[in-house]
Each structure stands twice: as C-alpha cells, then as structure tokens.
Design a protein around this ligand. Structure first.
Ligand code: NAD
Ligand code: MG
Length: 331
C-alpha cells in the first residue's frame, strides 16, 4: 500500500523566509501561487511579460509581483516549473539553469522532463514533485472551501537532506495535506500518467466512442441517436464511477443495463485489447513514446496535425456540434 502524508506530517516552518517562484501562471500555476500565498508563503510569479498574454495579466491582477522566468528563478529558493511540459526543457536551459544556487529546489507537477532526462539539474539542487490529482481550478476552489485536492509527492534528488520536508510543506501549503499526499516516484507518476491518457482516458475512450458510433451508423441508425447513446451519455456513467466506483454505476443503472454490460463488456475489451495496452506500456517504459513525441513536436508536428484533422472530420464531431447547440446548459 502507498504511503500517505497529511498535514500532521508536515512542517510549514521550512518555508519561512523562503521565496517560492511559480513559473507559468496557467492552469496549475494560478492555483499554486494563490494557495501558497494564502498559506502565508512568500510567492513571486514568472510569466511571459507580453500585453497579449492573458495569464500575465491575471497574475498582475491577482496582486503578484510578476517577472520573467529568469528573474523569478534568481529570486526564488524553490523554483516551480509550471510551464507546458513541451517547453520546460528550453525554459530550464535558457532561463533557469544559470540562476539556480546550491541548495535551491526545483519543483515539478509532472515527471516527464526529469524522468526522460530532458532536464538534468546539477546534483546541488533538490528536485521534487508535488502533482495535484486534479486541474488547477479545482486545486484553487477546494483550497478556498477549506478542503484540498489529493497530491502525489516524489523526490528525484535530495541534495540538502530536506527535500521531502520541503516537498511536504509545499504540498500542505497547496492544500494537498487536507486530502492526502501519496508517495510515488518520478518514474511511476510519469509512466502511469502516460499510460492512463493513452489507453483509457483520452485514446481508449475516444476510440471506443468512434467505434460504437461507426457501428450504429453503418447499421442504418440515425447519427443523432448514435451520438446520444455513445458519447453524450458517457458523462452520466463516468460521473457515477467518479462518485462510487463500478458498484455505484451498476447500482444506478437498470438491471438490463447492468446485466448487458457485465456479460458483453468483456467481449468488447478482450485479451487482444489488453495485449495492445501492454505494448503501449512497453513503449512508454522504454522511452520510445517520449522520443517519438519530442521529435514530432520539435519537427513542427505535421503528423500530430494530421491526426487532429482526422478526428475533427469524424462524423461524430459534425453531428455532435449541431446537437450540443440544442443543449443550452452545456455552453
Ligand atoms: P498551462 O499551459 O495552463 O500554463 C502554462 C503557462 O506557462 C502559461 O501561462 C504560459 O504563458 C507560461 N509560459 C510559457 N512559457 C513561459 C516562459 N518562458 N516563461 C514564463 N512563463 C511561460 O500549463 P498547465 O496545464 O498548468 O501545466 C503545467 C504543469 O502542470 C505541467 O507539467 C503539467 O503536466 C502539470 N499538470 C497539469 C495539470 C492540469 O490540470 N493542467 C494537472 C497536473 C499536472
Ligand atoms: Mg494526468
């Protein structure tokens, strides 16, 4: 079983007199900066100082001292890299690396760049992760309510001997200690995160929806009806899983749906599907996926664009766009 830390396990005094530099005031950054400030931590923000950058404006309006990533790295004792994963390496090399002093900490909210060695900080830097298991707005809203989104904690490098103490203090200042902070490693967080998004959350669910839609439409059913059955209603089911797992979903649907689901589901997701998942996991573990994605991104993303275009052209998207206009509560 995983080790879980709570507020009682943390010592927030290690953050006293320290400056936390939140680099990137986006989805995660705006929540981290505000939660830490409200917890009494001294915070500065690093952003792209451009008038057409809404997140720069948001940081200024929220009352933060906003500066470039380089200046924020210079100022901070704990430097938190919350820019997109695809630009972390370049921001680190151009703006952060030379501004780190021995004993400073570098923090991440996702392990990709450290685990795949895109960023290799000097051995004098503490390197840790606090990864909230939720989007930034939820991290902020729950904190304001007096609760907190559970987080993961991982230590990659402990130069000072205090990396875990600092990480847990940060996690609690963020509100994570109220929900629980689960111990993991950069390797486990990165590999399982990629696996989840590829096989179940994004890739798997989208492929399942498209396949179900295609089968119904091929058989002569109306696309509008197919859309409701295989995409729209998925939300209702996922909400039940979210609230109470498989049991609550099965309890809430009709006996017919429950029996049909239990008996037919395993004939749809078969051992072949699991073998394809195992292959996807191997390609994540051996670095093949990361290499492919980094090369794709660096070369301009032509294949990525083709894949996006193909999804956009799928008939489920056309009929869905029309039907969602009928459902004003969604907008
Ligand atoms: P985001 O895209 O919402 O925000 C990134 C911000 O970085 C933007 O405001 C952008 O202007 C800024 N930025 C880009 N280049 C910069 C530079 N050179 N200097 C200063 N600022 C710069 O990013 P996000 O989704 O919050 O992701 C940040 C990290 O958090 C990633 O590692 C991601 O994997 C992780 N994470 C995200 C979520 C989520 O819900 N979005 C959840 C868990 C972990
Ligand atoms: Mg994730």
């Amino acid at each position: 079983m995983a080790k879980i830390y709570y507020e009682k396990d943390a010592d927030l005094s290690v953050l006293e007199g320290k400056t936390v530099s939140i680099i990137g005031f986006g989805s995660q950054g705006h929540a981290h900066a505000q939660n830490l400030r409200d917890s009494g931590v001294n915070v500065v923000a690093g952003e792209l100082l451009r008038d057409d950058n809404p997140n720069y404006k948001a940081a200024v309006e929220a009352g933060f001292e906003v500066m470039t990533a380089a200046d924020a790295a210079k100022r901070g004792d704990i430097i938190v890299l919350l820019v997109p994963d695809t630009v972390q390496k370049i921001v680190y090399e151009k703006e952060i690396k030379d501004n780190l002093e021995p004993g400073n900490s570098l923090m991440f909210a996702h392990g990709f760049n450290i685990h795949f060695k895109c960023i290799e900080p000097s051995p004098e830097t503490d390197v840790f992760m606090i990864a909230p298991k939720g989007p930034g707005h939820l991290v902020r809203d729950e904190y304001v309510k007096g609760a907190g989104v559970p987080c993961l904690v991982a230590i990659h490098q402990d130069a000072t001997g205090d990396a875990l103490t600092k990480a847990l203090a940060y996690g609690c200042a963020l509100g994570g200690g109220r929900g629980g902070i689960i111990e993991t490693t950069f390797k486990e967080e990165t590999e399982t995160d990629l696996f989840g998004e590829q096989t179940v959350l994004c890739g798997g669910s989208a492929a399942l929806i498209k396949a179900g839609f295609e089968v119904l439409v091929e058989a002569g059913y109306q696309p509008e009806i197919a859309y409701f059955e295989v995409m729209h209603e998925l939300k209702l089911i996922v909400d039940l899983y979210y609230r109470g797992g498989l049991a609550f979903m099965n309890y809430s649907v009709s006996d017919t749906a429950e029996y049909g689901g239990l008996s037919v589901g395993p004939r749809i997701i078969t051992e072949d599907t699991k073998n394809a998942m195992r292959t996807a996991l191997k390609r994540i573990q051996n670095g093949e996926f990361a290499k492919e994605w980094l090369e794709e991104y660096a070369s301009g993303g032509a294949t990525f664009q083709k894949l996006r275009d193909a999804d956009a052209a799928h008939p489920v998207e056309k009929v869905g766009a029309d039907l969602r206009k009928m459902m004003t509560w969604i907008q």
